[in-house]
Design a protein around this ligand. Sequence first.
Ligand code: CA
Length: 226
Amino acid sequence: MKILIVEDEQKTGDYLKQGLSEAGFVVDLVRDGLDGMHLALTDDYDLVVLDVMLPGLDGWQVLQRIRQRGKHMPVLFLTARDQIEDRVKGLELGADDYLVKPFAFSELLARVRTLLRRGKTKEPERLQAADLELDLLRRRVTRAGKRIDLTSKEFALLELLLRRQGEVLPRSLIASQVWDMNFDSDTNVIEVAMRRLRAKIDDDFEPKLIRTLRGMGYVLEIPEPQ
Ligand code: CA
């Protein structure tokens, strides 16, 4: 089990790292919100312990970005401010639990264990990129809050792109996953479906999320700000 700690206060960070390591976890510690976000997105953690007040990006921003990019590991927030608005805000953004500083290490460890037990069985109900949302339970798609009607193939295609966000998906993989067929270069069924999907989710909105990489395939990702 691998845990990421994002905490800028030296003593608290060191203490958490040592305690969780002694409890048998593999622990990475970073002291800055940007580093935290990058590690959370690129490495595979079972849980993130996230301080709210951080240099770089604050805890809210880190949480929002990792959720937007489809990462659903449990997140335990550490906050010095025991205020109801903070809790509500964090939970809306997708935090799983809260701990108010100062706390006893045994309390943190108990919460971590509970979250890890829960987290293993939790399948996301929604996939999301920027303001595009796909609700897996209700089979609904919205962009900027606006309902978008998709055919079942377009829905499956968008689901695949969102689940594999940031990865370049070759046509052969899309063909086998969405159409259940072997890729045949004579067919333009993927191009046609992709064009229709983009017309619906990208044409009237910014930023454009789906890109074609000539000769390689397609990728859905939030473009880096210029
Ligand atoms: Ca802090």
